[in-house]
Design a protein around this ligand. Structure first.
Ligand SMILES: *Cc1c(COP(=O)(O)O)cnc(C)c1O
Length: 237
């Protein structure tokens, strides 16, 4: 058996994902243009990321600070960059100047640090608030109950603009349970998007990964973050 090249695999995966995004968007009364496909690029080399960008990927997301710093200069500047992982306040200064959005803001303290750094850089940092919808110990993020208060506090911070919410729901075997989480998140998104607050423009609902992005889109996601299904299984060294 001959091994298929990265490019062949990527091309096939990308075509399949786009098709699935089309179908799911239609099911939710939208089109594929309404959904941002963000390539989650952890462990993927700059060369491969650049190939993906050449093929049409226009949003990329890293979730580790060190990895982002080591690859960023070699990655095609045309792609929109998001940070999607847990961020410590002492690393904020490395990330704010390099990305367009930080999707994983999980505390008031972190938001405050981001605002401060953004002001220093003379930019407004777009952020999403991360919601821990399953209330899992292992995950960070605001609980569904905390989110309204958090939003009110965070939108007082200079230098940031809250653009929506992001979540990684618990892994469920049961598709119906998963749909429940996504539906709950969509409801929170709709509720908070009606609020008129300074420093906010709630337009993004980032949820859905390789295993469940079709369902997430059916439930209203407009950013899906996909790694494995696009690039293949990750190799950790
Ligand atoms: C890795 C990662 C993804 C993508 O996960 P896959 O299951 O590989 O698609 C999405 N979001 C975040 C925050 C990630 O770290």
């Amino acid at each position: 058996m001959t091994e298929k090249s990265f490019a062949d695999n990527f091309d096939a995966n990308y075509a399949e994902i786009r098709e699935k995004i089309n179908l799911s968007a239609e099911k939710s009364g939208r089109t594929a243009e309404d959904v941002i496909l963000l390539a989650a690029t952890k462990t993927v080399s700059a060369d491969k990321i650049n190939y993906a960008i050449e093929k049409g990927i226009s949003y990329i997301g890293e979730n580790r600070v060190q990895e982002l710093l080591s690859k960023d200069d070699d990655i095609n500047k045309s792609a929109h960059r998001h940070f999607i992982g847990h961020l410590q306040t002492n690393k904020v200064k490395d990330i704010v100047p390099r990305v367009e959005m930080i999707e994983s803001v999980d505390s008031l303290r972190l938001a405050t640090a981001i605002g401060k750094e953004a002001v220093k850089c003379g930019k407004t940092m777009d952020i999403l608030l991360e919601i821990n919808i399953g209330g899992e110990e292992s995950k960070s993020g605001f609980s569904a109950n905390e989110i309204e208060n958090a939003l009110e506090e965070i939108t007082k911070i200079e230098g940031i603009c809250v653009k929506g919410i992001m979540s990684i729901p618990p892994v469920c075997v049961n598709r119906e349970k998963q749909r429940e989480y996504f539906t709950q998140l969509h409801k929170i998104f709709v509720d908070i998007s009606r609020k008129k607050l300074d420093n906010s423009n709630i337009i993004y609902l980032s949820m859905g990964m390789s295993q469940d992005y079709d369902l997430a889109i059916e439930c209203g996601a407009n950013i899906v973050r996909i790694g494995t299904s696009l690039f293949g299984a990750r190799n950790y060294f």
